[in-house]
Design a protein around this ligand. Structure first.
Ligand code: PLP
Length: 364
């Protein structure tokens, strides 16, 4: 790690691979001899077109995205997609309805937003478990006349992650914002996948949408142009000025992932990292993870200590060792360790060692 840099376990915007930051730094003033910063490139320039095309082809390679899927880049974040999904897809069936699987606050918010534009069927809600598990396939029944079924692959606040994909006869929409590119995924099982870049694949400002072409239809009439899948697909995400710099950073991250060995290797590392932390949690009853073992997130490991004073002390002492942003989401408290792709194994092991040390010192 470079001098003066801390170990950033933030839930997002999160750390970015150091190689990527260095390359971005080098290219900041003069991009590939153009005499201009990447920040100064016109989105209509050949140079930026090259960045966009490379981002799309690298992502296609990483996820093995079939040819009948389009890759689009939007602004507006995950929250923008909470509206874009129903606006673009509710009209796919005459019922103008959609099924939502609610496993935490993000899928809950998405369902609330969708209800502004059509009928939302909550086919499953794990609120009664305090969002500590993902439901199994037999816990919900989909409506065959719904336009799509929506789920959030990883609930960032509660640390709950679907371990497997599921099948459905209606198109599946997946919010993969907080586990995008962290594990292998069969895109062909999905109708739409979207992900904000600020956790696993770059910085805030751009949201990737991967969509099966036959689902790109005329959206509801009130759809803002900047959220229209149809208009963005027809214009290769260049209808208006795209978030050029975040797309550039995402391109560098995709290339970094390809160089690393692609998603099989990234997944192997992510399994090892999360295991290092969960093993400490499970080795005593000092730390307590509320999430059911088979639903635990590899990306956001949440846990509690015996009391809130100890949690405060834990955060303070971790901070003294340059390990920062370990606090749980403000709505739930506790500790949250975010282990996105860019967090290397070594600092993760350092954190696990610190957790053991802290436990030995403070357990009663
Ligand atoms: N979906 C998930 C899983 C998230 O974690 C977040 C934010 O953290 C969002 C959606 C909302 O994204 P944004 O803040 O980019 O609107």
């Amino acid at each position: 790690m470079g001098q003066d840099r801390v170990y950033n376990f933030a839930a997002g915007p999160a750390c970015i691979p150091e190689n990527v930051l260095k390359q971005a730094q080098e290219e900041l003033l003069n991009y590939r001899g153009s005499g201009r910063s990447v920040l100064e490139l016109s989105h209509r320039s050949k140079l930026f077109e090259g960045i966009l095309a490379d981002a799309q082809s690298s992502l296609r390679k990483l996820l093995n995205i079939p040819d009948n899927y389009k890759i689009l880049f939007f602004q507006g974040g995950g929250t923008g997609q909470f509206a874009a999904v129903p606006l673009n897809l509710m009209g796919l069936s005459p019922s103008k309805s959609a099924d939502y699987i609610v496993t935490g606050n993000w899928s809950q918010k998405a369902a609330e937003e969708a209800a502004k534009y059509g009928k939302v069927n909550i086919v499953c809600d794990t609120k009664a478990t305090k969002y500590t598990e993902v439901p199994s396939r037999d816990q919900w029944k989909l409506n065959p006349d719904a336009s799509y079924v929506y789920y959030c692959a990883n609930e960032t606040v509660y640390g709950v992650e679907f371990q497997e994909q599921f099948d459905s006869t209606i198109p599946i929409v997946c919010d993969a914002s907080s586990n995008f590119l962290s594990r292998q995924l069969d895109v062909s099982k999905l109708g739409v996948l979207y992900a904000g870049a600020q956790k696993n694949s770059g910085t805030s400002g751009v949201t990737v949408v991967i969509i099966r072409e036959d689902l790109i239809k005329t959206p509801l009439p009130e759809t803002p142009t900047v959220l229209s899948y149809k208009i963005f697909a027809e214009n290769n995400s260049l209808y208006n000025t795209p978030p050029t710099y975040p797309i550039y950073i995402a391109q560098l991250v995709y290339r970094w992932l390809l160089d690393l060995g692609g998603l099989p290797e990234m997944e192997r590392i992510n399994v090892e990292k999360s295991k290092a932390v969960y093993d400490v949690i499970d080795s005593s009853d000092f730390y307590r993870c509320p999430v059911k073992k088979d639903s635990r997130s590899r990306m956001n490991v949440v846990f509690r200590l015996p009391d809130t004073d100890l949690e405060k002390k834990f955060l303070e002492e971790a901070g003294k060792r340059n390990m920062v942003e370990l606090n749980g989401h403000r709505s739930v408290g506790g500790i949250r360790v975010s282990l996105y792709n860019s967090m290397p194994l070594e600092p993760t092991n350092m954190l696990a060692d610190f957790m053991r040390e802290f436990m030995d010192k403070h357990k009663r």
